[in-house]
Design a binder for this molecule. Sequence first.
Ligand SMILES: [Cu+2]
Length: 184
Amino acid sequence: MNSWSVVCLVAVAVGAASPVAVRAQGGTAGPAPAVDPSWLQVDTVTKTVTFQLVAGLTGLNGALNFNGFRDGGLTLTVPVGWTVVMHFRNHDGMLPHSAEIIADTHPLPTGPVAPAFPRAFTLRLDQGLISEQTDDLRFIADKGGSYLIFCGVPGHGAAGMWVRFEVSGSVQKPSLAATPAGKP
Ligand SMILES: [Cu+2]
């Protein structure tokens, strides 16, 4: 490559950088969220699954998301009978958030409802936990079925702040996967 073409490439790269950066900050069509395998830890001896549940991980949906996913776009599946530990953390610098496991219902509740399993909810479900506060959900997934991980702060869940939680009698190991977003 001669020196002239190097100069041209640099000029193109610099010229392209600004509009791309502006679009990314606009946030309407950011990159598709990715599942981070480190969010899930599986202990097959004690049959315990530990999940890092992060409210407002990204700016998606005005930070009304869990781990960067909204409207059921992420599904945690666990075998029936396993112990589930969710380490909840609110990463949103602006809004309080909470989390609870609820039945898969439509329409979505507008605020906190009874959890589907005992202790399957964070403190201050209604008011939410403020930025960088943490709490643990710990329960036994002893009933098969489809559930939601839902933010109980009024309006948040209905605005898309929920992902899916499946308790399955036909899987041997927990898994975490991106799933089609949509209404429950
Ligand atoms: Cu919330």
